[in-house]
Design a protein around this ligand. Structure first.
Ligand code: ADP
Ligand code: MG
Length: 389
């Protein structure tokens, strides 16, 4: 499909962006990655807080992903970093330099959008060379740097191709090459893979991660896809209703969600309500799950349970002291290829899913609806979070 008519508007957007990014002062070859310090950043649209006093420290050279549902404020935050919207309050520093009043063309960030926004009338090489041309880089140097960029995105043989002769994945690589060819110290990407099919998207996720390692550029990546965020990021900032819900490594976010929103949005989880006794312990059905965390005034706590951390206890599973046990009844089992899961009702009132591997010896093969089973959870896999008060 030709992009000529359908892509015109996005190409325009890109063109005006590029004209805007023409550097009118400065040092074209300063390629040191920069940290980004964001404090108290607030952006309102009418009465809506698209960003509500966001504090975020992005380290020099790291790959940080903004992850959140549609409408949570991801693009607003990215565009504030790029300089395309003017926040109502707060500060954005690149290194030591306050940027809040700096126009986009002085910020020198590379950007990649979901819509690629390539120029349909230019070849691949011309598209990639365009930011260099805008910056007054001579033809020879331009050719060298375009060739380098083409090698990095593995399109060396396609420099002379027209954009409409490329696949979706190839176009996205061209957009990427164009974003980093001028050696920006910050790279911003807004859902750049969401137009690609699943297999290509997964391949590009790994490629982008390698590319980031190679370039070492501070990267802020936006996605609503939790698996993509877990795959690619050094750290993830989970955003909801314009506020950061948690900022941490993928492992920490997954294993130790800080609140119900993160536990629910990332991975699968069941949240079981806990009750508190007079001596400050949290109970579920007569089992002490944990002590109430110190210095917390929260009155309401939940136990977060990941389906893959649960296991069915059989006669030969020795129950250790460190295992919580829930009595359950199987409602349904579902085979999904590499894993299967059983939906259960535990303690006659709470729904819980247990996930299994699907080897031929897996117990999931024997479970039938109506079976009564005991489900175990190791103490170290029990995570408690504040409930909604
Ligand atoms: P995301 O990228 O996470 O999907 P956005 O940052 O685009 O979310 O939007 C955050 C919120 O701000 C949404 O409720 C959206 O409707 C609103 N919003 C974004 N841009 C504008 C605008 N130009 N005018 C009014 N509301 C806007
Ligand atoms: Mg968006």
């Amino acid at each position: 499909m030709s992009c000529r008519s359908s892509c015109r508007s996005s190409a325009w957007a890109w063109e005006s962006f590029n004209l805007a990014t023409q550097r009118d002062n400065g040092s074209p070859d300063d390629t040191t990655a920069l940290p980004i310090h964001i404090h108290g950043l607030t952006k309102k649209y009418g009465d809506l807080y698209a960003l509500n006093s966001v504090d975020l420290e992005i380290k020099s050279g790291e790959f940080l992903t903004l992850l959140g549902p549609s409408g949570s404020g991801k693009t607003t935050l990215l565009m504030a970093i790029a300089g395309f919207n003017r926040p109502d309050a707060g500060s954005i520093r690149f290194g030591e330099t306050e940027m809040i009043f700096t126009p986009p063309h002085r910020r020198e960030v590379g950007m990649v959008f979901q819509s690629y926004a390539l120029f349909p009338h230019m070849s691949v090489a011309e598209n990639i060379g365009y930011p260099l041309k805008l910056r007054g880089v001579g033809a020879e140097e331009r050719a060298t740097r375009v060739a380098e960029a083409l090698t990095i995105v593995q399109l060396s043989d396609l420099g002379e191709r027209g954009i409409d002769q490329l696949s979706g994945g190839q176009r996205q690589r061209v957009a990427l090459a164009r974003a980093f060819v001028f050696r920006p110290r910050i790279l911003l990407m807004d859902e750049p893979l969401s137009a690609l099919d699943k297999k290509l998207r997964e391949q590009m996720q790994i490629e982008l991660k390698h590319l980031h390692t190679q370039l070492g550029v501070t990267t802020v990546y936006v996605t609503h896809d939790q698996r993509e965020a877990l795959t690619m990021s050094d750290r993830i900032a989970v955003i909801n209703h314009g506020e950061l819900a948690q900022v941490d490594t993928p492992e920490a976010i997954y294993n130790y969600p800080a609140n119900a929103f993160v536990a629910d949005f990332i991975g699968e989880s069941t949240m079981l309500p806990l009750t508190m006794n007079d001596s400050g312990q949290l109970y579920f059905k007569n089992q002490v799950i944990a002590d109430v965390p110190a210095n917390q005034s929260v009155g309401n706590w939940l136990l977060v349970v990941r389906p893959e951390r649960l296991f069915v206890l059989t006669d030969d599973t020795g129950v250790q002291e460190q295992t919580f046990v829930f009595e359950g009844r199987v409602r349904e089992t579902v085979f999904q290829g590499e894993t299967a899961f059983a939906m259960m009702t535990i303690e006659d009132q709470h729904n819980l899913s247990v996930r299994f591997g699907t080897s031929t010896t897996s117990i999931s093969n024997q479970l039938m609806p109506g079976d009564r089973v005991s489900v175990g959870l190791h103490r170290e896999d029990a995570v408690i979070i504040p409930g909604d008060s």
